[in-house]
Design a binder for this molecule. Structure first.
Ligand code: G
Ligand code: G
Ligand code: MN
Ligand code: NA
Length: 254
């Protein structure tokens, strides 16, 4: 209860932080985008990982306002970098199941895009397989509305959920993110190698971009480049970092 009460006040007390993890073009090693990942700077407990408070936020409904705040923060940041003449990169924002089903989601994304003035193509929204397979007609309608705003739509943690492949081509997706659990042993486990190879091929055949998550070693990069997986994200390139550090990385690619 204590954590829940603290979380209720966290947004107003300005205790949440958005970190950014770069996404890299694997052959050129250039930054093409980034994922926004929230953290909680708790006054007594220190920096709390989203894994430790997002589930509580989801249970209590607080995720809706937290999610709105993260989206706004990420879009404002991109607008600021754009104004400073830094390279135009995309920012990916995670949507939670409750946020995705919330009736005000599309209105809020539209409002945030309009008020921050960013190019909608610079925003990518991440959903999971279970979120979109939950109630297919409704989620398809939501996804269409989101992409009509001009935002990209990525499936996060792809391969861990249960999604019907036959539906995939009817969803207005722009990207698949291969889950890090497959990438971890991609060079040592033949099943994970086969799965990653299949997801890359699936993405290509559906004309989707594909990003490998959780890259920690150079041999994983070699494996992925050989199979034409063009983008990657992981500790090998950078951990999620505060906006100031992300800005330094962006300055290096000018
Ligand atoms: O940043 P880290 O790798 O510790 O994130 C842990 C989990 O928290 C991941 O599953 C990530 O998707 C989730 N997460 C991080 N930031 C957000 C956010 O802004 N909204 C939602 N819904 N989930 C997030
Ligand atoms: O669930 P989602 O993919 O949104 O969350 C991304 C999570 O993956 C974050 O918690 C982030 O810190 C973590 N992450 C990013 N890169 C790596 C990596 O190279 N290795 C590991 N183990 N985790 C990573
Ligand atoms: Mn994600
Ligand atoms: Na993921």
């Amino acid at each position: 209860f204590e954590l829940e009460n603290d979380l209720r006040k966290a947004v107003a007390r300005n205790e949440l932080r958005v970190y950014y993890q770069p996404q890299i073009q694997l052959d050129s090693q250039q930054i093409t985008g980034m994922e926004a990942l929230v953290r909680w700077q708790h006054p007594q407990r220190g920096l709390i990982s989203p894994a430790d408070f997002i589930p509580l936020a989801e249970e209590t409904g607080l995720i809706v306002s937290i999610g709105e705040w993260v989206l706004r923060q990420a879009c404002q940041q991109v607008a600021m970098w754009h104004d400073q003449g830094l390279p135009a990169v995309t920012v990916a924002v995670n949507l939670s199941p409750l946020q995705f089903r919330h009736k005000a989601l599309v209105r809020n994304v539209a409002k945030t895009l309009k008020e921050t003035g960013i190019n909608p193509a610079c925003l990518e929204l991440e959903v999971t397989e279970s979120m979109i397979m939950d109630s297919i007609d409704k989620s398809t309608a939501t996804m269409i509305e989101l992409t009509e705003l001009g935002a990209g739509l990525a499936i996060d943690d792809f391969g861990t959920g249960y999604s019907s492949l036959s539906y995939l081509r009817y969803f207005p997706l722009t990207k698949l993110k291969i889950d890090k659990s497959f990438i971890e042993r991609v060079t040592s486990d033949e099943h994970d190698a086969a799965l990653a190879t299949s997801v890359i091929a699936l993405a290509h055949s559906l004309n989707l971009k594909v990003v490998a998550e959780g890259i920690e070693h150079e041999d994983q990069v070699q494996f992925l480049v050989k199979r034409s997986c063009h983008q990657g994200q992981g500790f090998l390139f950078s951990r999620p970092v505060p906006a100031e550090d992300m800005e330094q990385l962006l300055r290096q690619i000018q």
